[in-house]
Design a protein around this ligand. Structure first.
Ligand code: GLA
Length: 380
């Protein structure tokens, strides 16, 4: 892919790229909606990634093309105040420049060509891959000396303050710091990470529901507000510091939604810790139980699943009959489900999805057997 991208770069800009970086999408194994409550998450980077080729310019223009959207481009002057433009994907590059400048960093012009194979709208963090790879490109091009942690924080700020989605740090941090063949347990309070080896005989299957996601951002932001209000009423600065005893003692002061959101977050944090132990001992029955409990909690307490993702989880868990784990993954309201099973079960999962999903939901699912990839990488 990088040879043809280099050729495209030359064709567009009439000279060769001087730098090439990439950053991956991710799948979250467990720990959903816990990141902005400063709890635990357990994502892994995928081999799906966003590639960025670039060359510096003598002026202050940033010119961006995308191999995924031939004929579309964005261009802006990085020395002027940065505002939203008309190109939807171009706004992510503007968002990144906006936060880099706000940080007091000096930027000048860059020619950029982007190409991504991260499935979009699947809850696999195509936007974090874009933000992290583009910040990575500016970091290299202008020798900004940013650490991977700062790159992730700036990517999150770009999303929060320019794209107006109040996401947590998980997606950008795993995209910046992911390690091949490992999941990363992240403590979202101090951003420390623990690499957890994926057992060799564990297969990572991701099934995208292709359900058309709607109102994702407003619902997402509302969940965050519910959590913050619940924390406030519980007298803690974040739900990370609440437990079930406290929650139950305060139940009458919380609205029903606040109670349910907090119940999800508190129980989900514990499930992350338990999943790390289950992965270390390669304990499939335990993984199966934990992912199933996470899904039920996301369905009933956090209310971010849709019939299509609930249906996929049902279809797959019926096919696995206790021999593999499955749950929805990512920001919810559609997107993908993640399944952990042995090689011997993969065919049954595929068969069941192909047999039942379209019939029930009139949607075609995409099935990916994934490898765990690396985080942000500089190629040259
Ligand atoms: C999205 C956000 C993340 C996280 C997940 C849910 O992917 O970007 O910060 O909150 O949803 O776990």
């Amino acid at each position: 892919m990088s040879d043809s991208l280099a050729a495209q770069f030359e064709q567009i800009f009439q000279h060769s790229a001087t730098g090439h970086v990439s950053a991956p999408g991710r799948v979250n194994l467990i720990g959903e909606f816990t990141d902005y409550n400063l709890g635990y998450v357990l994502p892994c980077a995928l081999e799906f990634a966003t590639e960025v080729m670039y060359s510096t310019r003598v002026d202050n223009r940033v010119i961006v093309h995308s191999a995924n959207y031939p004929g579309e481009s964005d261009s802006f002057d990085v020395s002027e105040p940065i505002e939203q433009g008309n190109c939807q994907w171009g706004n992510y590059i503007r968002a990144v420049c906006f936060v880099l400048k706000r940080q007091g960093l000096t930027l000048s012009g860059l020619n950029i060509l982007i190409s991504s194979n991260v499935p979009q709208g699947a809850g696999l963090s195509s936007s974090a891959a874009l933000e992290v790879s583009v910040i990575g490109a500016f970091n290299e091009a202008f020798q900004l000396a940013l650490t991977t942690q700062t790159i992730a924080q700036l990517g999150q700020a770009a999303e929060n303050d320019f794209m107006h989605c109040q996401c947590g740090i998980m997606d950008q941090l795993i995209s910046a710091q992911g390690q091949t063949n490992h999941a990363l347990m992240i403590d979202c309070e101090d951003l420390s990470t623990t690499a957890v080896a994926m057992p060799e005989d564990l297969k990572l299957v991701i099934v995208n529901s292709n359900y058309p996601r709607k109102l994702v951002e407003s619902e997402y932001n509302q969940r965050r507000i519910d959590c913050e209000q619940a924390a406030h009423k519980l007298g803690v600065d974040t739900l990370r510091h609440a437990n079930l005893t406290q929650l139950n003692a305060c139940q009458s002061t919380l609205t029903e939604n606040e109670y349910k959101r907090a119940h999800h977050v508190i129980t989900e944090n514990q499930r992350v810790i338990d999943t790390v132990a289950a992965l270390k001992s390669n304990n499939m029955p335990e993984l199966t139980k934990l992912l199933a409990a996470s899904h039920q909690s996301l369905k009933h307490d956090f209310e971010v699943t849709v019939p299509a993702t609930d249906g996929l989880v049902e279809i797959i868990s019926d096919a696995l009959a206790g021999k593999g784990a499955v749950r929805m993954t990512g920001g919810g309201f559609g997107g993908a489900v993640v399944c952990l099973c042995r090689e011997s079960e993969v065919a049954a999962v595929k068969k069941a999805v192909n047999q039942h999903y379209f019939k029930r939901f009139q949607l075609q699912a995409d099935i990916f057997i994934c490898q765990v990839g690396n985080g942000l990488t500089k190629h040259f």
